[in-house]
Structure formats: structure tokens, C-alpha cells
Write a new protein. Structure first.
Length: 179
């Protein structure tokens, strides 16, 4: 895409080979349902705020049958769809890859890695999604949660807005227990 980042949700498992194919397909389907129920179609513009850099992009996905929406839990559509988009954006903008799904109590959704000049860095990635126009409240909640992650090199909160397609990824400092 000229002048922006193409985020192709149909390539989610290619971007993150450790994500099982059935899980990646369901996440991408729910992202499609979340976007389409908000009136968007493939090629929709995606506004990204990666750390403090504003990037333009476009979202590509396989069209979903909206008649299937009633067979999905609305909250799961938002949450799984946000995870699909945020993981794809993290791969395309930061070259991060999934290591594993984190479990409840680990203060983040995913453990990602970045391999660069300084070796391997582990990233705790907490993701939220919303159908409202403002993502500020969700971002505050996700920042507070991921700040508690331990045994990682970096912590990042990601929030995806479906009403006006947007994705924000923001690094977070570790929360110390001294307070």
C-alpha cells in the first residue's frame, strides 16, 4: 500500500506461526464481524498510534457473513477481533511474534518476542477492544493491567477501536510494589 501499512488479517497465522490455525481463523473471523457490524468493508482505513507515531494504514480481511453474527458472543467478537488486529499491527509495525498465550493472572494476553540487534526481547502484550469512538478509558485499564507483568523486557498495551478503525500500541513502565 502506497504511503501506509497494509494490515491483512487473512495472514494472521503467517505472521504468528505459533498461533494454531483454527484459533487464528476464528480471531480473524471475529475481527471481520466486528468491523462489518460497524459498517466497514475490506480496505477500510486504519488509524494507528504506535508509541507516539501516527501511521496510516488499511485493513484487509476476508468478508464474513453477517448473518452468522448472532451465533457469536458479542463480547468475544470485540475481544477476539481486537486481538487479531492488534497482533497483526504489532507484527507489521514492530516485527513482534507470538511466543504463547498468557493465562489469567499473568497480567497480559500474549507473550511476544522481538529478535533484533540486541538479541531476543520478551514483550507482555495486553489487548482491549471497544465499539465506542473513544478508546481512552480502555487504554488506561489495559496500561494499568500490563504494568503488573513480570519477567519480561517490555510491556505494551494495545487497544483497537471498531467504530472508527483505529489501533493504539503504547509501551508501559513496570509498576513497582513500593507504592
Amino acid at each position: 500500500m502506497a504511503g501506509g501499512v497494509l494490515v491483512d488479517l487473512s495472514r494472521l497465522c503467517e505472521m504468528h506461526p505459533r498461533v494454531p490455525a483454527d484459533m487464528g481463523a476464528m480471531m480473524a473471523l471475529r475481527a471481520a464481524l466486528g468491523l462489518q457490524r460497524n459498517g466497514h468493508s475490506p480496505g477500510a482505513r486504519l488509524q494507528m498510534l504506535i508509541e507516539s507515531a501516527r501511521l496510516r494504514g488499511a485493513l484487509a480481511w476476508l468478508v464474513a457473513d453477517l448473518r452468522a453474527l448472532e451465533q457469536h458472543d458479542s463480547k468475544r467478537v470485540t475481544e477476539d477481533g481486537a486481538e487479531a488486529i492488534a497482533l497483526a499491527v504489532a507484527h507489521e509495525t514492530k516485527e513482534w511474534h507470538v511466543v504463547r498465550r498468557l493465562q489469567q493472572g499473568e497480567s497480559a494476553d500474549w507473550l511476544l518476542e522481538h529478535r533484533g540487534d540486541k538479541g531476543r526481547k520478551l514483550v507482555a502484550f495486553e489487548i482491549g477492544g471497544t465499539d465506542s469512538v473513544s478508546i481512552a478509558r480502555t487504554l488506561r485499564e489495559k496500561r494499568a493491567q500490563v504494568a503488573k507483568s513480570v519477567d519480561v523486557d517490555q510491556r505494551c498495551a494495545g487497544v483497537v477501536g471498531f467504530k472508527r478503525p483505529q489501533a493504539t500500541l503504547e509501551s508501559v513502565e513496570a509498576r513497582t510494589h513500593d507504592h
